[in-house]
Design a protein around this ligand. Structure first.
Ligand code: SF4
Length: 355
């Protein structure tokens, strides 16, 4: 779900609107692209040096202490035919998540109005589809139109899109689309087998070509090797342009999913991922997404130091837990950070969204 705030800095105007189709394992420095080796070197730095560098980059591009509070509404939950190993919404996994139909327009408008009343400037909607049918796009377009009618920006995460569907969503007023790459291409088949990495890149291309802003990130703690984490960052940072919003998720190990027994990521390695995302994509909103509950306050504070400037806010992320909103308010106050509301969906991930 990709999604985010009114204060998001747009990508540099000079950047070409074309996505990198498949990044080679290492690219020449002359191309200006990030190589996996270069990213690995950053990840391996002494932590304090890495944090200092990331915070320095952060302050060059963003106001210090500004944290976007993003909220995600699941408008169609469960029953997904994909088999993303992290996701409790996949129909084939026994996770206790029941399949719901797409919410009605009036229900969504009520939720959007409540979000607006709470200060949100953007409303994001996530649906657990592999790829929406054209009739689904029509229904979501109606949701987008209704939400736009309230004066809110819109964001959606609906799965894989064809070119004409992305254009239809743009025409309906969609501002942002979330579609995560999840992990490096070399580890992708260990996570999901019902689609290919290139499918993801193709959808991102369609979204960009339609003129919709991109929210795209990944998930760590799925049993991937360090090189795969570097590979994920390389894929994201080498998109042309890189995403406006980059959610980094820490796997929520949901019983019943194939990745439920994955070794948890070391919290400092998670902080390193945030820092390297900030350094390689300085103008992106870097969002702490799923898995914040398991990080704890101290590690989250390090993530903010590393350049994270957005969090998911609210008690639930699609179907997994999130720190309660009061706890977030207290944490930001303790750290002297300024949160501001927006409503988002980033996720594929079930981690925030769905595909
Ligand atoms: S992450 Fe998205 S595409 Fe994958 S199973 Fe969950 S809802 Fe479906």
């Amino acid at each position: 779900m990709s999604t985010t705030v009114s204060t998001m800095t747009p990508p540099p105007a000079a950047q070409p609107v074309q996505l990198h189709r498949r990044a080679p394992a290492a690219q020449s420095a002359a191309s200006g692209a990030w190589t996996i080796d270069a990213i690995q070197t950053l990840l391996d730095k002494p932590l304090m040096d890495l944090l200092f560098e990331a915070q320095t980059v952060h302050r060059q591009h963003w106001p210090a202490g500004d944290i976007e509070l993003a909220t995600l509404l699941s408008v169609k939950t469960g029953g997904c035919p994909e088999n993303c190993g992290y996701c409790p919404q996949a129909a084939e996994f026994d996770t206790g998540v029941k399949a719901d139909k797409l919410m009605e327009v009036d229900e969504v408008v009520r939720a959007a109005q409540a979000a607006k009343d709470a200060g949100a400037t953007r409303f994001c909607m996530g649906a657990a589809w592999r790829a929406p049918k054209d009739r689904d796009i029509e229904k979501v377009s109606a949701l987008i139109g209704a939400v736009k009618g309230l004066g809110l920006q819109t964001c959606a995460t609906l799965g894989m899109l064809e070119s004409h569907q992305a254009q239809a969503l743009k025409d309906a007023g969609l501002d942002y689309y979330n579609h995560n790459l999840d992990t490096a291409p070399e580890y992708y088949t260990d996570v999901v087998s019902t689609r290919a990495y290139q499918d993801r890149l193709d959808t991102l291309q369609h979204v960009r070509s339609a003129g919709i802003s991109v929210c795209c990130g990944g998930i760590v703690g799925m049993g991937e090797a360090p090189v795969h984490r570097a590979g994920l960052i390389a894929q994201l940072a080498n998109l042309q342009p890189y995403p406006e919003s980059v959610p980094i998720n820490s796997l929520v190990r949901v019983p019943g999913t194939p990745l439920a027994d994955s070794e948890p990521i070391d919290p400092f390695d998670f902080v390193r991922m945030i820092a390297v995302a900030r350094i390689t994509m300085p103008k992106a909103r870097v969002r702490l997404s799923a898995g914040r509950q398991q990080l704890g306050d101290a590690v989250q504070a390090l993530c903010f130091m590393a350049g994270a400037n957005s969090i998911f806010y609210g008690d639930k992320l699609l179907v997994t837990g999130n720190p309660d909103a009061d706890a977030d308010v207290r944490l930001l106050a303790k750290l002297g950070l300024n949160g501001h509301r927006t409503t988002t969906t980033d996720a594929d991930a079930q981690q925030l969204h769905p595909a």
